[in-house]
Design a protein around this ligand. Structure first.
Ligand SMILES: *Cc1c(COP(=O)(O)O)cnc(C)c1O
Length: 401
């Protein structure tokens, strides 16, 4: 079984590039050039230098006494929360903006929902001196104003998307429109392993620095060649793709993807695309997403903005169908409990996205000598208010009993 992309940009039946005709040539050019740029020794050298000196890699693989005790096994946290910007997203944006420069592009566009991808893109553009335009729904601009201020401080122009529901999907439409109008000079930076080919593969390769480091760190720390389990949360799927990448063709390594069940799989407020989605075309690729009978995209719900996406990338749809990865649905409350527990017991406040991966551990069985790697995709500073509200709510409801 091949879990890498084929020459036409597909993972099994998933992937491809389903874009409007006006975008054909942009996508085709990128599809023809990205691998050569990624393989170029000069590019690799510059990217490695920046990942080390700017992002702060490699990130530690931290053995967690608390989680190891709780699950009676050996749990390690891959500390992407320690990356500059506070999450794994900078691995991707830095790589794409560097690719854009190599391709002679002079202008960057991106869309953002909660703002993390926008901030990470704006950082890469400030560093590499390219003008940056971030499309963001007007509703999201109001909801996530601190990130808007961060982007502006970093020199980016935040462009409000005023159409439709004025949220992420409208921002995506308007960013696409910008790219269509500026096909020659503009590079479109996508924030996860989604979108038309070659984005899912390009982003997976840029994030695969995570599994490359795990592959080096596990033998040093454990004496084992490979981990037994690798666990990561899935919004679009970039931190999971990056954590799984070098293990895809090693079936002895179990791959576990934690999806956001939201308020529950049957609540109508969920983001678990493999459980509640079906096949269709979303954002330019064939994949799985939640939709009505007529194929209209359904609104997702998750307490974490980063997992609040109705679909998953095509690689993950394929890993799901082939059974190569196990998908676990984790509710908002399970994630919040796991995040609060890690904060208290280990002194690490995880992003609520990453807390979904932590909570997935309670759905699994481990042997005492297993090596379990959990990708801690980001830090929870941005989630303080949600954690505090939940923790106060729990205290009050406890007192009432
Ligand atoms: C954006 C984000 C995610 C979800 O995106 P993926 O592409 O699925 O990785 C997960 N964790 C954090 C901390 C994020 O910021």
């Amino acid at each position: 079984m091949n879990y890498q992309i084929d020459e036409n940009g597909f993972y099994g039946p998933y992937g491809g590039a389903y874009v409007p005709e006006v975008l054909f040539s942009n996508i085709e050019n990128l599809g023809e050039s990205y691998q050569a740029v990624l393989n170029d020794p000069g590019f690799q050298k510059e990217l490695s230098r920046l990942l080390k000196l700017y992002v702060g890699r490699e990130t530690p693989l931290y053995p967690s006494p608390y989680l190891s005790g709780l699950y009676q096994t050996n749990v390690f946290l891959k500390r992407e929360d320690l990356c500059h910007s506070g999450s794994h997203k900078i691995n991707n944006t830095l790589g794409q903006v560097l690719i854009a420069k190599r391709l002679g592009k002079t202008r960057i566009v991106a869309e953002t929902g909660a703002g993390s991808h926008g901030v990470a893109t704006a950082m890469a553009c400030a560093l590499l001196k390219l003008p940056c335009f971030i499309y963001m729904g007007e509703v999201d601009i109001k909801r996530q104003f601190p990130n808007v201020e961060r982007m502006r401080l970093l020199g980016a122009t935040v462009v409000p998307a005023l159409s439709g529901s004025k949220t992420l999907k409208d921002a995506t439409n308007e960013a696409f429109r910008d790219w269509i109008n500026n096909p020659v000079d503009t590079f479109y930076v996508i924030g996860s392993v989604v979108g038309p080919h070659p984005y899912p593969d390009m982003v997976a390769q840029l994030q695969s620095v995570i599994s490359r480091e795990i592959l080096r760190q596990v033998p040093d720390l454990t004496g084992k060649v490979m981990p037994d389990h690798v666990v990561a949360c899935v919004g679009g799927g970039s931190n999971a793709a990056g954590s799984f990448y070098h293990f895809l063709n090693s079936p002895e390594v179990k791959l576990i993807a934690a999806e956001a069940a939201g308020k529950g799989l049957d609540s109508g407020f969920t983001a678990a695309a493999t459980f509640r989605g079906k096949e269709g075309i979303l954002h330019g690729s064939k994949t799985k997403f939640m939709q009505t009978k007529e194929g209209q995209v359904l609104e997702a719900h998750s307490i974490s903005a980063g997992l609040d996406y109705p679909g998953i990338g095509p690689l993950h749809a394929w890993l799901h169908d082939t059974g190569r990865a196990q998908f676990i649905a984790v509710t908002d409350d399970e994630a919040l409990d796991a995040g609060l527990a890690l904060s208290e017991m280990e002194g690490i406040i995880p992003a609520i996205e990453s807390a979904h991966a932590l909570a997935a551990l309670s759905h699994l069985d481990f042997k005492p000598d297993d090596v379990v790697v959990v990708c801690l995709s980001g830090r929870g500073d941005k989630d303080l208010e949600t954690y505090i509200q939940y923790s106060n709510f729990k205290k009050t409801s406890h007192e009432n009993i």
